[in-house]
Each structure stands twice: as C-alpha cells, then as structure tokens.
Design a protein around this ligand. Sequence first.
Ligand code: ADP
Length: 648
Amino acid sequence: MKSQKLKYTSYLFTYLLLFFSIFTMLEWFFHKQILFTINENGATTKFNTALLFFLCTISLIISRKKQRKYRTPFFIFTYTVLFISILTLIEYIFRVNLYVDNLFIKDTFTIVNPGRMSEATAVCFIFFAIGLTGLKSTNRAYIATTQHIALVTSIISLITILYFILRFPIDSKIVFFKTMSIQTAISFLFISFLLISKSYNIGFKETILGNSDGSRSLQKLLPFIILIPFFLSFFMLTLINEKIIGAQSGIIVYTLVLILSGFLYTYIVSIGLNKSDYLRRTLEKNLINKNSELLNFKEALDKIAIVAITDENTFIKYVNDKFCEISKYSREEIIGNTNEIVRSDYHPDSFYTEAWLTVSSGEPWFGEVKNRAKDGSLYWTETAIVPLKKRTNYIREYMAIQLDITKRKEAEELLASKYVKTLEQKNQELEQFNYITSHDLQEPLRTISSFSDILYEEYHDKLDSNAKQLFLFIKKATRRMSSLIKNLLDYSQLGRQREISKVNCNLLVNDIIEDLNSTIKQNKATIKQSNLPIINAYPIELRLLFQNLISNAIKFSKKDVSPQISIKAKKKDHVWEFYVKDNGIGIPEQFQKKIFSIFQRLHTENEYEGTGIGLAHCQKIVGMHGGEIGVKSKPGKGSTFFFTIPNQ
Ligand code: ADP
C-alpha cells in the first residue's frame, strides 16, 4: 500500500516537473511571460534552470534502467547539470562572465545578471547532481553520503518557500536566497523527493521511509514539525500585519498554541506507537514460544534420528551428531560434500536417480538405503528425504531424516539366507526324488510296453478289430508316458553339471537355427536376431532355453501365416534382458503365468504336440542364473517371451 502510494506520487511529480521545465523553456523561447515571473518583485525561473530541471528529471527516469545503453546518457545529463551549475557559481564567486547564462536563449527581461540562475539554485543543482551519481553506485557509504548531500537541496528550497509564504520583504532576505523563484524552490522539493524515492534503501531514505521504530516516529512527527509552525506563523503574521493583534501578544499566543498542539500531537502519536509496540511485544513472545517448541522438536529428532540438510544442489550444509556418529566422519569432512560420501555400491544408479527425480519434483521420498561409513563398514537406514520449499514451488533445501535399521536388516538377511539354504536343500531332495522315481518308473513301463508287443504279436490273428484298437491305445499311452517320464528325468537333471562360462549368444542362436533348419523350412519361418551380447552363463542350459522358446514360436504359429520371429537383447542396469517375439496365436492373459509350470499346456496333443515341460525348463534355467522370465501377449497378436540374465 505504502509503496503503491509512493509510486503514484513519483509519477505525479515526474510529470509535473517535465511539464514545468518544458513549459518554462518554451516561454523563454517565445519570449512570453506566463509562469516564470510569478510576481513583480519575485525572482524568475531562468532558461538554464528549466533546462537543468529537465535533464535532472530525465536522468532520474533512466536511472533505474539496467541496460547498458542508458548508462552513458545518464552520466552525460548528470555531468552537464553539474558542469553548468559549477560554472554559474564560479561566475558569482569570481565576478566573471563565462558565457553560460545566455548560451541557449538571450534573457532580455532581467537587468542584473541576465539569464543567470541564482547562486542558491546553482548550489542546489551541484548538490543534486552529486546526489544523482549515488544512484549508479554500489558502495553503501557513497550512496548514503550523496543522499545526505542532496538533502541540502531540499533544505535550501524549503527556506525559500518559507520566505515566500511568510511574505518576507525581498530586501530583508539573506542575499543567498534572494533570487531563487518560488516555482524553482517547489521544483527542487519535488525533485528531491523523486531522488530519495529512486535511491537504495540506505542512508537518509532508510531513516525517513524505513520501518524501524525511529523511522516510524519520524514519519508521524515530520508533518507536524513542518506544517504546524508553518501555518501558525503564517496565520499569526497575517493577524499582526492586519493589526488585529500586537506583535508581543502574537509571539506569546504563537508559543502557547505551538506547545499545546505539539503536546497533543505527540500524545496522540505516542498512543499509536504504544499500541504497535504492544503488538510487537506480543508477537515477540509468541515467536519465543514457537522457537522453544521448535527447539524441543529438534532435540527429540536429534535423539533418535540421523539428520542431514543439503542445499538445492545436494551439497550437505548441516548434519547432526548422530550422522557423524554412525558415518564415522567428522562434521568438517561431511559439510560441503554430497551424499556420495556415504554411498555404497549396493544399490544400482537407477535407485538414486529415482530418489532424486522424486524429491526434485517436490515430493518426499521414502526408502531403505545401505550406506558405507568412513571405515568401510556398511549400515542400513530407513530414509525419508523431504524437499523444503522456502518460496512457492522453489526448493531451497532437502532434509534427510534417517533411522538406523542395520540390526533389523542383518536379522532379515540372516533369516533369508537360512530360508534359501533350507529351500535349496528341499529342492535337492525333490530333484533326487524325481530322478529316482522317473528312473525307476521307466523299468515297469518298458516291461508293459514289451509284453503288450509280445501279446499283440502272438495273438493278433485271434483278436477282433475292437481289441486291436485297444492295443493301439495301450501302445500310444505307454509311448506318451515314457516321453513324459523322460522329460521329468531331464528336468531333474538340468543344471547338475553347473559351470559358468562366456557364451556368445549370436553364435549360440545361429547353431540352434541350423539345428532347426528342416522345421524352419517346413513352416516357412523367418528368424531375425540383432546383435546379441556375450554373457556369462551355463552354456548347455542357455542353449536349451533359446531352443525351447524358438521352437515354441514356430510351433504355436497361426494357420496359414508363416512364423516371423525376432530375437533381441537390451542392457538394463545390472542385467541383460532378452526378447523372443513371434506373430503366433498368442496366449490369453489368465494363462500367462500358468504356462511356466510343469506339464501345463493350453492345447490338446492333437492340436499342437508337446508335453508341457518346455517352459518349465526355461523357468528353471533362468532361475539358475538368478534372472526372471515372463511373457507379454495378446491372443491372435503374437507373444513376446522375455527373460533376464544378470551381467556378472
Ligand atoms: P509344450 O510346448 O510342450 O506344450 P511348453 O511348456 O513349451 O509346452 O508350453 C506350454 C504352453 O504354453 C503351450 O502348450 C502353449 O499353449 C503355450 N505357449 C508356449 N509358447 C507359446 C507361444 N510362443 N505362443 C503361444 N503359446 C505358447
């Protein structure tokens, strides 16, 4: 509100000054007396004065423009003002004519020193021009000094106005103030106000327009100090002049009214100031209370949590004692570093990137982080990182609050490793069982098969067509059972001779394509592979994995559509992700998990031959490598099988 008022007053004064200076210059130009002789005895505003006012106002207007192009005109105008006013003053002091007075316009009205501005005006312009230079300075002391120098201008103009209002006879004026015109004096008052309002909040401006107690008292008292004595003197002098009251009693009345009104005014101002003081003290008390509340929170937080605050570029600027204690770094070692200082290799880069993306978007991030202390030991923390916004939507700091969960994590890891061991043991037992049963089952099956063959050979003449049909069923069923048992045996033996070695996946897939050559030709399949990597894997198992996926892609193709298969790989953080994509019949969503279980098929033997163990093999192989397998598919639109192999 206050600054708004200040702004509008500045605009008003600027326009008035521009109008006054241009108007006066035009008056001189056309030799018309309208404004510059306000009364017969008074002084005139000279052309030079109007010109300097004009230059000063323009300097003030462009003083706040940041662009470089305004800098030179600003200084040219300001120094022109300084130059002309100094020359004028020299003319007065040394009684010489330096030909500046009638340089632009010839003054034919004035008798004494035609065209020359008064000494007071020249002095005011010198002080004012010095004040103007302060607007372009960054030095506090210089700005404050120039502001105070410019203040002299307003004091001189104020005295001139006083003289005018109190109607001092021109002869009793002090010589210095003799010839400054009232309109010049008022213009100086306006332009001084503009200078103060444009200046930095230091020096005189700070004292007058500031918000501290002293400034506020000054703001309240200043109108009184200036206006009341002013108008009172004017009033009393009129009464004395009109002989309504004698000079002596006039002075007594003047003094009495001044004391009384002064007391009343300061009393009222004090009541207002007391009120705001009371308000301030209440606010202070609230602030102290809030502060101690905050301190309590901080104390509680410091007792249980590890706290760090970073700036917006993630450089640490505060850590509490707990941070130093757990990370084993001294405060000096941590401050100025980023969180990298306690970063362990445990998490992939993506983990930290995800955290950073979350907090930098203004959202808090939560997670469990494994950190490394100075001595290399590792510790786990439950972490919350909160972005702190000081202004709307502008993050100034991040605060990380962490709880030490190392013990809990160690217990979890211990439990998990025990669980894995038990699981591995159980798996081994199961595989053993599988192996033994499938191995042992084959024997009686072979007996059934061979005896039924013998039976058929011996008695087939005596059998009718129905019995022959039944024999055929027995034969088919024993063959299928035998192949199921064989598959089971393979499954249990998968990965028994485990040995990891470097496998060139390109060569491996080429080999498979060669092996499947006749099937590929039969089905008119095309297989494309793009630059597959060399990875560390179990070679035999990996081959089986690719082989199963490729042959499924050929097998489950749409009728009358030749299979098109593409094999790709992509590196993702610490794993290689492989894709085997086909344009086949696709898989309904509800079966996409089920098909990886042993003997799970979606079709009958007549539709597509198979035993339902291929994908179970694949899952086991990927699992052996520590990866994951899955499928994305839509019925009728083809399937993409994908699996990951850690990049060890
Ligand atoms: P099998 O191929 O012997 O049937 P799998 O374990 O290899 O056994 O596959 C299980 C089932 O998953 C298949 O019966 C089939 O229904 C489905 N399947 C596997 N691969 C594909 C594929 N590329 N497109 C469509 N369905 C598939």
